[in-house]
Write a protein that binds this ligand. Structure first.
Ligand code: LER
Ligand code: MN
Length: 276
């Protein structure tokens, strides 16, 4: 069954980012639970910046799951990328993602490689960057697999990377990998910019879809933009998707309103509540 999740960012440097809740993990877990979410998706500054025992207690007390853990702070805070021209920076980037793979896996959750994919620029060709990215995924995927979870790779829109923008490019990236543990994270906001047919692309990805960022066209809560959600929800049901739809959206007009609107949309499209 498809379940709901909401984002909490613990990265002060990502203040302007698309996160419903920011800081104060205890308060925001309580909010997520009170609004009826099944899970939280957390963006930590680093694995050591978050107390695993405290998180375990909060998830238990609020009956929440950890849906996934973002690794974007590796780029935003530490300027690390898996396709950086420097082999030392690439190695540190891989270590950073690996440490979050391990941390999240202890909660049964996958880590996300999104902005850590970097971009190709200057003397680095696209082919070279893709090769480095595949090498990294082929080492991180088995690490996640041995801890019992997949690893999520997120294709981003053209204003964030020039490396992997579409589902088709994501599938092409993953096809030659030795690991089969890397799944696509399909963010409806990025897809709205890049795909010709969002529902069709989800069908094309099929069982490779591992996670959904549930966002409207303007990156606000679903229903606050002009996305045609019905065919997307139908496609997710048709491909047998049973992961999370997670609100990675701007907190407008405020976090609580954006989260409440997300729950209304979630209940409408995934729980058959037609009263909204
Ligand atoms: C991360 O999930 C994402 O979608 C990026 O756009 C954040 O910069
Ligand atoms: Mn996203």
């Amino acid at each position: 069954m498809i379940q709901s999740a909401v984002t909490i960012s613990l990265v002060p440097e990502a203040r302007g980012g698309p996160f419903v809740f920011r800081g104060d993990l205890p308060q925001n877990c309580a909010r997520a639970s009170a609004l009826g979410f099944n899970a939280v998706e957390i963006f930590p500054r680093s694995p050591d910046s978050i107390n695993a025992k405290e998180l375990q207690g909060l998830l238990r007390d609020h009956n929440l799951k950890l849906a996934a853990m973002g690794t974007g702070a590796g780029w935003v805070v530490h300027q690390l990328r898996l396709t950086d021209p420097s082999s030392q920076v690439r190695a540190r980037a891989k270590d950073f993602v690996a440490s979050l793979v391990d941390f999240a896996a202890a909660f049964g959750a996958p880590a996300i490689v999104g902005s850590m994919q970097g971009k190709w620029e200057a003397d680095v060709s696209r082919e070279q960057a893709i090769e480095w990215l595949r090498e990294a995924l082929d080492s991180l995927g088995p690490r996640a697999h041995s801890a019992g979870v997949p690893l999520f790779f997120e294709h981003l829109n053209r204003y964030e990377t020039n490396l992997v923008n579409t589902v088709a490019q994501g599938l092409e990236l993953l096809a030659p990998l030795r690991t089969k543990s890397v799944k696509l994270l399909c963010d409806l906001f990025h897809m709205n910019i890049e795909e010709q047919d969002v529902a069709g692309s989800l069908r094309e990805a099929g069982s490779t879809v591992g996670h959904i960022h549930f966002a409207d066209t303007n990156r606000r809560a679903i229903g606050y933009g002009h996305l045609d959600v019905k065919p997307i929800a139908t496609a997710l049901h048709e491909i047998g998707y049973s992961g999370f739809v997670s609100a990675e959206i701007v907190p407008l007009p405020d976090g609580d309103s954006a989260a409440s609107q997300t729950m209304r949309a979630f209940n409408q499209f995934f729980r058959g509540d037609h009263s909204c």
